[in-house]
Design a protein around this ligand. Structure first.
Ligand code: ATP
Length: 300
């Protein structure tokens, strides 16, 4: 068997509603995931032992040992299949690291698909759902792609119908934000305000906008309960969001736990203009254009 390469998309959360802190330390979430055309690629090749190589522009902080989520995925799958985890994983990263776009989870999903094929586990996609959910609450969505509603800790997924294609610009920041630190800051801010949130609900305006392919309505319905916490930890992101709005973004929000900011554009041309304007404004390390929805982890 020769090597297998899998392409896997980043996600942006169109709605991230965070409920009260549960006794088990997690939050109930309503999470509308949307897969966008920023892709990592993971290649799995036969080898004498497990190894991880990471390539790409900004890969600081990505582990090249068994802590890498792709390696954890390979180890878990090998154990379940009863095979030796002898695979050389090469990860080509485009998804920003610790950027709130679930790059590590994407690589885990890609590694599951690549290793399943390499080890002849058959096409039973369903067999990958359980290990995916064990690896992390964002991993099942990276398998599925498209647009989906996640409930529970985010891992119970229902596909959401959308019409057409939405055009996005992502402003990438220098350095990442730790997801646990952003949740902790969210809890701290709520505690300080004496505010206990109601159980989270999916936004019907958002669902209607997606079904109609209406970018203006979608821009108005975007929401992220983690945004105040991300802005508290990284106040400069306010300027980034303001710059996007000034240049006509239909919606502007922090992606997941940040610090990447997402801007919805009217069209591909508008996204191109917005990308150039954000790059020139000096409010981000770089700005990149993408579209969604796109499929989940796919063998190329
Ligand atoms: P999320 O949106 O799911 O909260 P994120 O996009 O903010 O995640 P990731 O890029 O997934 O963050 O990475 C978070 C941390 O996970 C990194 O700082 C790194 O230490 C670790 N990590 C482990 N494996 C990977 C991987 N394959 N790619 C990136 N980071 C990884």
């Amino acid at each position: 068997m020769t090597s297998v390469t899998v392409r896997v998309p980043a996600k942006v959360n169109l709605q991230l509603a965070v409920g009260p802190l549960r006794d088990d330390g997690y939050h109930d979430l309503v999470n509308v995931f949307h897969a966008v055309s920023l892709f990592d690629e993971v290649t799995a090749a036969p080898a004498d032992a497990l190894s991880v190589t990471v390539e790409g522009g900004s890969i600081e902080g990505v582990p090249v040992n068994a802590d890498n989520l792709a390696a954890r995925a390979a180890l878990l799958l090998a154990e379940r299949l009863g095979v030796a985890p002898n695979v050389a994983l090469t990860i080509r990263k485009t998804i920003p690291v610790a950027g709130g776009m679930a790059g590590g989870s994407a690589d885990a999903a890609a590694a599951l698909v690549a290793c399943a094929r390499l080890w002849g586990a058959g096409d039973a996609d369903a067999d990958l759902w359980e290990p995916a959910a064990i690896l992390g609450s964002d991993v099942p969505f990276a398998l599925l792609g498209g647009t989906a509603l996640g409930t529970g800790r985010g891992e119970v997924l229902t596909p959401v119908q959308t019409a057409g294609r939405f055009h996005w610009v992502f402003a990438l920041a220098d350095g990442g934000l730790s997801t646990p630190a952003v949740y902790a800051e969210c809890d701290r801010l709520r505690e300080a305000e004496g505010w206990r949130p109601a159980p989270p609900q999916a936004s019907q305006d958002l669902m209607a906008a997606l079904a109609a392919g209406d970018a203006h309505a979608l821009g108005a319905a975007l929401g992220n309960d983690l945004q105040p916490a991300a802005l508290s930890l990284r106040p400069a992101l306010r300027d980034t969001l303001a710059a996007g709005r000034e240049h006509g973004a239909l919606g502007a929000l922090v992606s997941g736990s940040g610090p990447t900011c997402a801007f919805l554009a009217e069209s591909a041309d508008h996204a191109g203009e917005l990308t150039a304007a954000l790059s020139k404004a000096g409010v981000a390390r770089s700005a990149v254009q993408a579209y969604g929805p796109v499929p989940g982890a796919t063998i190329v």
